[in-house]
Design a protein around this ligand. Structure first.
Ligand code: ADE
Length: 224
């Protein structure tokens, strides 16, 4: 997979990609992530990328021309499956959306900033709009990092144990069951017997029951 991220703040985004699973995915050649600073496509001597909104009102808007220049350059080099715009009024990210995106080859992710981007960018270039939740961030950068993390960990070969993404919370619309590690007894708090029994079919059944119980208690909306 190749991900091209267009942003006015590349420095805000780079560190999550240089640690842990995302770093390993890059090292293994399973994903390529490229950052494009919108200012490199700015117009005029002032490296302008944003301007006041027509009709008045507080807040700057990212201009169409630098974004068009950047996207056009990328599209001339390869085909893209999706051009995703991170915005609080997009579709709320779910595991299902991440699963779907993880099957794509080439993605562009556009990060909004200030009041967002000129609507014509959304109308003409963007194929999908994603929000990471009903709250407003200062820009789309952290949201894009969240999206990339949730997608990249699903790429085959990224996680050591291939099955571990399949047992994540939200896969199958269930929360994950409780997990325990050593010691089996700590200050009078014991790990459920069944997990120490070695009876794997029974353990599997217990996990399924606990996953359902937990989902009923915490997120009954997932079961509807
Ligand atoms: N940009 C600002 N807030 C956001 C959010 N909640 N999700 C995605 N992009 C955003």
């Amino acid at each position: 997979m190749r991900i091209d991220i267009i942003t006015v703040l590349p420095e805000l985004m780079q560190s999550p990609f240089n640690a842990s699973i995302l770093h390993r995915a890059k090292e293994k050649g399973l994903v390529e992530v490229h950052f494009h600073n919108l200012r490199d496509y700015s117009i005029g001597n002032y490296k302008q990328v944003d301007d006041y909104q027509f009709g008045g009102g507080a807040g700057m808007v990212l201009m169409i021309e630098p974004i068009d220049k950047c996207i056009s350059k990328l599209k001339a080099e390869r085909d893209y499956d999706e051009i995703i715009y991170m915005t609080p009024d997009g579709d709320t990210l779910t595991q299902g959306i991440s699963n779907e995106i993880s099957l794509k080859e080439n993605l562009i992710i556009l990060c909004g900033h200030y009041k967002g981007v000129d609507q014509r960018v959304r109308d003409k270039f963007v194929t999908r709009e994603i929000s990471i939740g009903d709250y407003v961030l200062s820009g789309g950068e952290l949201a894009a990092a969240v999206l990339c993390d949730s997608v990249i960990r699903l790429l085959p070969g990224v996680l050591n144990d291939e099955t571990s993404a399949l047992t994540d919370t939200f896969q199958d619309n269930l929360l994950a069951p409780p997990v325990y590690t050593r010691p089996s007894s700590y200050k009078g708090m014991d790990v459920p017997e069944i997990l120490l029994s070695g009876d794997f079919p029974k353990i599997e059944k217990w996990r399924e029951e606990k996953a359902l119980e937990r989902t009923e208690e915490k997120r009954p909306d997932l079961l509807k």
